[in-house]
Unconditional design. Structure first.
Length: 631
């Protein structure tokens, strides 16, 4: 694992060390957390490349980056892990001299042999940059699912890139301006869809894309991979169980290879529990497992994680999210750099911080829900046509609202919202379902001045990010459509970002067996009925888990990894909420209508609605504006 960066000038033939070194050092300092074990740089012609290294495979100095080939014509900076690198190396060593045991050197020689087609052979998570000195072009690439990030800025004079935009945002010639259209999309989706970042004209390379940058400033991006949900394998249930178990076991085995201490994040849910079970069998020795929970028992999965740990005799570590966790939010907002409002960044951050005390590499269960239709919303989509026909939905909603005030049950809050969504078709319904702040709510909350700004900077297709994704997959059944959407949006833009930033901020590597691209190519060929069968989610995975896990881990309701925001914002953090969102400086930015947002807070406080996610989104936005733009 590493932090990588570089800059190519389009109007200058030769760079000098004296001029560029201060800029290079400044850049690498901002990436130190991603690679505290080593750092280095090269300057060649009109480009420099730099890297900070977190040593996982081959701890010797021979793994130093940037790497170069035998005739010094190619230079590489690499971030990630290639799990099939030994197999690739055996084929390459017949024609190339290797000086290290690293996977990054394999990527360098693989490009030398195959050019951009090298991407076809790589199994793992990565971003990398290769400077081809002979051809005077820069080749940048990102892994298929988007595990590893790459941000960049370019104009007619230069292109600069890095693993995190904080590494170059303060460089000369790089603008630091708010992309207000992206802010509106953040409020809609709780993340900024690619290629935007929230910063004007600073972009992120989307997953499964490469970019070719020529020395004269020409730039081309191309998508090199996608999942195919249209071609199904028609196998019997026993065959699916055997194939899935075999491929998942292979994926886990590949990710257990490490020259440093390794463990597993065990949430207590079925995904991380099956990873723990299979990894323990493969390893044959006690593994470290790590779990985190909350003092509020309704939100904590620690007992379920503990039962799995006991069954497999792991070295189990438990942590509790501290009550002052929101005090760390400004630090988190800085590290995440883009606006993000997934509440689970709070426990994720604390879990990474604690885990780092014991190991350097951790496996987790990310991707299990997207592979096997694990989220409750998939069940809702399966009965969409029934819900659409329900008469008097508004009356049901009003009744549930009154019942919610009496019983204070959070499930009722969700039912109220569900009944009020747009039922025009399954596409608009799903867009509203996954967004806690739909267009109607935003219209009520936005200040008149902010609406004017958005009208000026947005095109006619505002907030159609998800709807546009559906247009390319209309031939699939509804469940495959939703899974494809989530794998191309929520998974890379929220889940994988959340894990990468939090882990690398603590110099910790995260590996996700469910996000292995070969494994996902297999599950995409599985007919929907083996994923969601008669409203039973993860049908095949649960069949496999039944032989490996305690029954309560297999059959219980999905809980999620969310902090108790609903309780916090009515209780101990009520005054905090008002001080943040109703702050004069924030309101002076003229984004929110003061009366409308005040009503949102008070309605939540008095159980007239569950507005926790709306409140949380604007808390995150307020901190982002203050952290990066002093607003």
């Amino acid at each position: 694992m590493c932090g990588i960066a570089g800059k190519i000038y389009f109007q200058q033939k030769e760079l000098t060390r004296e001029r560029e070194l201060p800029l290079i050092q400044k850049t690498l300092e901002k990436l130190y957390h991603r690679g505290p074990d080593d750092s280095g740089y090269i300057i060649d012609k009109n480009i420099w490349l730099g890297a900070t290294r977190l040593a996982i495979i081959d701890l010797s100095p021979s793994g130093h980056q940037p790497m170069k080939n035998e005739d010094d014509s190619l230079f590489l900076v690499f971030n990630g892990e290639i799990y099939n690198y030994k197999e690739l190396k055996r084929k390459l060593r017949k024609r190339h001299k290797f000086i290290s045991q690293t996977d990054s050197e394999v990527v360098l020689h693989l490009y030398e042999e195959n050019g951009i087609d090298c991407l076809k052979f790589l199994r793992g998570m990565f971003t990398f940059a290769i400077w081809d000195s002979k051809r005077s072009h820069l080749f940048l690439a990102r892994d298929r699912l988007g595990k590893k990030p790459l941000k960049y800025y370019y104009n007619d004079k230069f292109l600069i890139f890095a693993s995190e935009l904080k590494a170059f945002i303060d460089h000369p010639g790089v603008p630091k301006e708010i992309d207000w259209a992206a802010v509106d999309e953040f409020i809609a989706y709780q993340y900024v869809p690619p290629p935007k970042t929230g910063f004007m004209n600073i972009w992120k390379l989307p997953p499964a894309h490469f970019m070719m940058v020529n020395a004269d400033g020409r730039l081309k991006t191309h998508k090199y991979w996608d999942l195919d949900f249209g071609s199904k394998l028609h196998l019997a249930e026993p065959d699916w169980k055997e194939n899935i178990l075999s491929k998942l076991t292979e994926s886990i085995k590949l990710r257990l290879k490490s020259d440093v201490p390794l463990g597993i994040h065990l949430s207590g849910g079925i995904d991380s529990s099956i990873i723990t079970a299979l990894a323990s069998k493969i390893s044959g020795k006690p593994l470290n497992t790590f779990s985190i929970g909350f003092t509020e028992s309704d939100y904590s999965e620690l007992p379920y994680a503990r039962s799995v740990a006991e069954r497999y005799k792991t070295k189990h570590h438990e942590f509790i999210v501290k009550e002052d966790v929101l005090e760390q939010l400004p630090q988190l907002i800085y590290q995440y750099e883009e606006p993000i409002a997934d509440p689970s960044i709070l426990p994720t951050w604390e879990l990474m911080k604690q885990t780092k005390q014991f190991v350097k590499v951790v496996l987790n269960g990310d991707g299990g829900d997207e592979n096997f239709a694990g989220y409750p919303r998939y069940k809702i989509m399966q009965i969409f046509n029934f819900l659409k026909l329900l008469p008097f939905k508004n009356k049901f909603s009003n009744f549930a609202s009154k019942l919610y005030q009496l019983t204070k049950k959070r499930d009722l809050g969700f039912i109220i919202r569900l009944l009020m969504l747009n039922y025009t078709n399954h596409i608009t319904f799903y867009q509203d379902l996954v967004s806690f702040i739909d267009g109607d709510i935003r219209a009520r909350l936005y200040n008149y001045e902010f609406k004017k700004i958005l009208k000026r900077v947005q095109d006619d297709n505002v907030n159609t990010y998800l709807i546009d994704k559906f247009k390319t997959i209309e031939n699939l059944d509804i469940l495959d459509q939703i899974l494809s959407i989530d794998i191309n949006t929520y998974l890379p833009n929220v889940l994988l970002v959340k894990a990468d930033i939090a882990s690398m901020a603590h110099s910790l590597e995260i590996r996700s067996p469910f996000v292995d691209h070969e494994f996902m190519e297999l599950t995409s060929k599985m007919p929907s009925r083996f994923k969601l069968c008669k409203l039973q989610s993860k049908f095949i995975l649960k069949k496999i888990a039944a032989y490996n896990l305690p029954s309560q881990s297999v059959n219980r309701r999905k809980q999620g990894f969310l902090p108790p925001l609903e309780h916090w914002f009515r209780g101990q953090y009520y005054d905090y909420v008002k001080s943040i969102i109703l702050d004069k400086q924030f309101l002076s930015a003229e984004i929110l209508n003061k009366k409308a947002i005040k009503n949102i807070i008070e309605d939540h406080k008095n159980f007239r609605a569950n507005n926790a996610y709306i409140i949380w989104t604007f808390i995150c936005l307020r901190h982002w504006l203050k952290t990066w733009f002093n607003l």
